[in-house]
Write a protein that binds this ligand. Sequence first.
Ligand code: KG4
Ligand code: ZN
Length: 357
Amino acid sequence: MENQKDVLVLAIESSCDETAAAVVKNGREVLSNIISSQIALHTLYGGVVPEIASRKHIEKINQVIEAALSEAGVGLEEIDAVGVTYGPGLVGALLVGVAEAKAIAYAAKKPLVGVHHIEGHIAANFIEHPDLEPPFFSLVVSGGHTHLVRVEDYGKFDILGKTRDDAAGEAFDKVARAIGLGYPGGPKIDKVSREGNPEAICFPRAHVEDSPYDFSFSGVKSAVLNYINGCRMKEKNSPWKNAGEGELSGFSQADVAASFQKAVVDVLVGNAMHAAEEFKIDKFALAGGVASNSALRGAMKEACEERGIKLYCPSPVYCTDNAAMIGAAAYYEYLAGTRHGWDLNAVPNLKLGERYE
Ligand code: KG4
Ligand code: ZN
């Protein structure tokens, strides 16, 4: 990179319920990272309402971009490219970011670089780890995705396994709602689990036959629902109707949360380490919202240390949706020559490694 000019990317992310913009230098240095979260709004409804998310993105996006530029202390004329998430995600939400990025790129005469959201999550690891370079393995665990990926090179992925049904984050959110913790479920389960016994209830660890790297979380979710329904029935028929402190309808929220979390973490770490051993990997990167889960980080750390694997985890702010990670991924796409036209569209079910040209 010596003697080469710095590359500044203005990145935009609006695939779900965070309106975010960032300025990233050379794919690794974050000059600003502005996130306007809609969590409080969607909490009223127990989950993300797509129509509300799109409207909120429209209201916030200009402010967020202005704040990102001003915090970075750069003007649009100094930007080298505009990076934007164009899939996967909620179509209406994605469209707001894509339309905005196209308008800015067109007006400022800058190249437009569309980014895959999951590629962004993986690239979040580049921000704080200057030594991390492909090839490495990544476990991407978010609200919509659970992927075990071999990162062959920048922008080049080999998907070894993925979920057959619910994503890990989705399972956290559904179980949290069922046990009365509300939305967003992941961080709440993480917190309440610290007071619970992870061995209290043995929930199933699903393994997909003939696909050692695939995941399935709908079974553990159903097992939790059955367990709490069973407890409620017993409670109804019991002469001792008043649940004790920390208990809700005959079960301990903390024990159910901790036992569920342990079941999910065991499967995630189990498959990840199976792949690590099979492919003799010495670098492993966690990514996605669930990567901020303390039990997962702890278990991965231990498992990687035992095997001499170097583990990379983004700080929690770069695990959940943000635009800095999109800026990091956009930089490597930009270097590889990726340029999108004014016909770039939102692709809600975009596959990792798939290119829309
Ligand atoms: O990556 P992300 O922000 O959005 C998607 O691309 O889906 O991930 C959001 C997901 C949600 O399901 C949320 O409950 C989960 O990540 N999550 C967590 C934690 N923090 C966020 N799950 C478990 N433990 C956490 N600490
Ligand atoms: Zn995400």
